[in-house]
Ligand binder design. Structure first.
Ligand SMILES: *Cc1c(COP(=O)(O)O)cnc(C)c1O
Length: 362
């Protein structure tokens, strides 16, 4: 069948996710495995959220509400936007894919940073886009460089904010300057998957910007801080024009009913997630200190993951860690040959990572 499939499918390297814990246990015959490879919440959902999921589980014989009524209402209120400014996706990944499918035709150009979140590149190539990848400058976005890449064919600029794998963000002033200077018929896709982890006054209030800049979409997710990665739920906030375009190609039941119920419960939980946010900050500081003691480098991050310069071949180090039951992300594929991306786990997971890394590097 290969000869009748679209040719460009074979020109795109498929996304390689972090290995699941069960797979590593099975393949390496290990009983204890720690996963610090996909920036997940290591604790899982709050008990109130689990309760809502269990309640909803009994109703899965029915199709979900394709309009996500209760979630839309709760989120619109929380974010002070209209319900019509929201779109929900099977993960925010789905919204990235929908935006590319809606706005990018064969031969159009998409601007991304390098390195950046791989889905932007993969999804755009699958639509036949030409990718303009602008290198980060000292691990920060080079927005001037990205602006210089704009041509009449440019359709979307992706700004991961904070981005993955660098963990850094574009501040409000630089973002607004960029938006002011570029054409209004280029979609600026601001991916805020790690929004909940950022504690910095210079971080943009991007949702407020959608009122003035109708070419902006902001996405967020329940996969990271909220601990619902396995349920797949993300959302986008944009002007009604953009939202209604995306809705035309959204599948009718793209968000499952358990995810909808869980997300509403997340938004109602006042304390659990705040506690996790505080712990990430504490653990991040501890990890910085340990890495410094080991003489390794790292990029200061606004997120729940750290890009670590292990000063050795990262593939070798990642494989050695894996054999000892610690899954991290090798950044060689991103062009960062000595770097690992390590998610911040529980205190005991982080301690195990540090211990194992010391063994591997000695
Ligand atoms: C994890 C991640 C996402 C996607 O998450 P979903 O689970 O699809 O909501 C999007 N962007 C970045 C930068 C991420 O790291």
């Amino acid at each position: 069948m290969k000869h009748i499939a679209k040719k460009r499918i074979f020109e795109v390297e498929p996304y390689r996710p972090g290995k699941p814990i069960a797979e590593v246990k099975r393949e390496l015959k290990l009983s204890k495995v720690i996963k610090l490879a996909s920036n997940e919440n290591p604790y899982g959902p709050a008990s109130s959220v689990l309760k809502a999921m269990i309640q909803e589980a009994g109703l899965v014989n029915r199709y979900p509400d394709g309009g996500c009524f209760y979630l839309r209402q709760a989120l619109a209120k929380k974010l002070s936007v209209g319900g019509e400014n929201l779109i929900f996706g099977n993960g925010s990944d789905e919204i990235i894919v929908m935006a590319i499918r809606a706005f990018v035709s064969q031969g159009d150009e998409v601007i991304i940073a390098k390195p950046s979140f791989l889905i932007y590149d993969i999804a755009a190539r699958l639509e036949g886009a030409v990718i303009k990848a602008v290198p980060l400058k000292n691990f920060y976005y080079d927005l001037d460089g990205m602006k210089r890449e704009i041509t009449p064919k440019t359709k979307i600029v992706f700004i991961g904010n904070p981005d993955n794998p660098a963990g850094t963000f574009v501040n409000e002033k630089n973002l607004v300057d960029f938006l002011k200077k570029i054409r209004k018929d280029i979609l600026v896709f601001i991916d805020e998957a790690y929004f909940e982890f950022v504690n910095d006054k210079s971080y943009p209030d991007a949702i407020r910007l959608i009122k003035k800049y109708k070419n902006v979409i902001v996405t967020r997710t329940f996969s990271k801080m909220y601990g619902l990665a396995g349920l797949r739920l993300g959302y986008g906030i944009a002007d009604v024009d953009v939202i209604s375009i995306l809705n035309r190609l959204r599948e009718p039941f793209n968000v499952n009913s358990i995810a909808q119920a869980a997300a509403v419960a997340c938004l109602n939980d006042k304390t659990y997630y705040r506690r996790i946010g505080r712990e990430v900050v504490v653990e991040r500081t501890k990890l910085y200190r340990e890495l410094k003691k080991m003489g390794l480098g790292y990029v200061e991050t606004a997120t729940n993951f750290i890009l670590v310069d292990v000063k050795n071949d990262s593939t070798m180090v990642a494989n050695q860690l894996l054999k000892k039951g610690v899954i991290v992300r090798d950044m060689a594929f991103w062009g960062l040959r000595n770097y690992l991306r390590v998610s911040i786990g529980t205190p005991s997971e982080n301690a195990a990572f540090v211990r194992t890394l010391k063994t591997v590097l000695s």
